[in-house]
Design a protein around this ligand. Structure first.
Ligand code: DGY
Length: 452
């Protein structure tokens, strides 16, 4: 068992090793560029160690913001090699909105950035630098959220859609299986390409080639549409109102309202938008019979009844009322996602009893630390401190025993995907700093046998 100081130092070394001088790579080899939601989670770790780097992380990302507000899911580092699909595949020059001199992808990832910026400000030792940072970022964050509501909430429902599995951040989640099956690709539709990811980590840990075919088919569709949202909306077989994405947007609007108020700006429009999203999530994505939030497929006009850990994350944004929260927590315990007894490291990304569950394959079952971090904060928000503390100890166990991996086998705890994964380290740093009592050994719990 390591001391808290030793663990924090090791986590910090992971970030240091992945720091490029301009931003932090998500992982040493598998992800050599900057990724959007990774940048936000990574900043949440840096803020405890090096405020300037935390700020720099988001500054670097927002420098690549498109003219109409889109924040790209990848900002390519021209010096880095060995990643597919690179800028040549994205062809973002076909859009008049893409930045001219910075190479990026043409899709988004979940909007955690206002949440990270507000946290950095609140933790900052150098308040005046943090204020200047907030002033610089505020209009960019507002433009980013405006983009999402303008382009992705076409029917004005208060829910934005994603149009690629990569936009969810949960690339190969079983959520998308039904849509992928509907995408009948003829030989001419199948892009020719060579993957790099499966040469760097075990093929069994990554999405399949059939999934990659569809990822790339969608990328080509976007490029051929010149990244024009109206044209994409017409043709795209993948249009989903995703629980996790909208939850994070709701929370980001709440945090943007805090930022606006701190800067003496009008916070009301952001608060109102946060409320609209929360209402819409409860109206359209809450399934009262199953006591869970589900994604919504806009193409088929019906819910996607696939049970993911992400379906519980509306707790993070305070979306459920007290009764809904209690039912969510009971559901979490009854379903096998959350175990007090050590039968499984909580919380796996996908239903352990679900069809197509895999303990190693990316978003089809392994434990991810960012989802657990969201659940820890969400459970704490509603007063479920025993549950939150239990998850904190699980996170600590996983990294102590196995290192800072991208994701973990829910039954053995073995690390999978890339080692030295930045957001795992960053979020452990954050929990050690902000939730020290829950990350300690020996404290409390009547139900402490869990995962011991
Ligand atoms: C990858 O390369 O695996 C990413 O998840 C896509 O952004």
């Amino acid at each position: 068992m390591r001391t808290t100081t030793a663990l924090r130092e090791q986590a910090c070394q992971v970030l240091e090793a992945n720091w490029t001088g301009r931003f932090t790579k998500p992982a040493p080899r598998l992800y050599p560029h900057q990724w959007s939601w990774d940048a936000a989670f990574i900043a949440l770790g840096w803020m405890h160690e090096d405020q300037e780097r935390a700020q720099q992380e988001l500054r670097h990302l927002f420098r690549a913001q498109w003219k109409h507000g889109l924040v790209p899911h990848i900002v390519f580092d021209r010096r880095a090699r060995g990643y597919f699909p690179g800028p040549g595949v994205w062809e973002t020059h076909r859009s008049p909105d893409a930045p001219a001199r910075i190479a990026t992808s043409g899709i988004v990832q979940p909007p955690v950035h206002a949440t990270a910026a507000w946290a950095i400000y609140q933790q900052a030792r150098d308040r005046s630098a943090a204020r200047a940072f907030l002033e610089e970022l505020f209009p960019k964050l507002a433009a980013w959220h405006d983009y999402l509501f303008r382009e992705r909430d076409y029917y004005g429902e208060g829910l934005v859609y994603i149009r690629h599995p990569w936009e969810s951040g949960m690339d190969n989640a079983p959520l998308w299986d039904g849509i992928a099956q509907r995408m009948h690709l003829n030989p001419g539709d199948r892009p020719r390409y060579r993957r790099v990811d499966t040469t760097l980590v075990a093929e069994a840990d990554r999405p399949t080639s059939a999934e990659y075919d569809r990822y790339l088919y969608l990328v080509r569709l976007f490029a051929e549409a010149g990244y024009d949202e109206a044209r994409i909306r017409e043709a795209c077989p993948f249009l989903v109102q995703d629980v996790l994405f909208n939850t994070l947007l709701c929370r980001a609007e709440q945090d943007l309202a805090e930022i606006a108020a701190e800067l003496g700006e009008d916070s009301e429009p952001f608060r109102q938008r946060a409320c609209r999203v929360a209402e819409a999530v409860n109206r359209k994505l809450w399934d009262d019979r199953r006591a869970l939030y589900f994604d919504y497929d806009l193409v088929l006009d019906r819910p996607i009844w696939v049970r993911m850990a992400a379906c519980f994350t509306p707790l993070f944004a305070g979306i459920p009322d007290g009764l809904q929260a209690a039912r969510l927590v009971s559901h979490l315990e009854a379903s096998g996602f959350f175990n007090w007894d050590g039968s499984c490291y909580s919380v796996p990304s996908y239903d352990p009893n679900g069809l197509g569950f895999s303990p190693v394959r990316y978003w089809r079952g392994p434990v991810w630390i960012n989802i657990n971090w969201l659940l820890i904060e969400g459970l704490a928000r509603y007063g479920y401190t025993e549950h939150a503390a239990h998850l904190c100890r699980t996170v600590r166990l996983l990294v102590e025993r196995n290192g800072f991996y991208e994701y973990y086998h829910p039954y053995t705890g073995e690390g999978h995907g890339s080692e030295q994964f930045s957001w795992t380290a960053a979020l452990v740093m954050d929990l050690l700093a902000r939730r020290p009592e829950w990350m300690q050994w020996g404290v409390r719990s009547t139900r402490r046998r869990a995962v011991a």
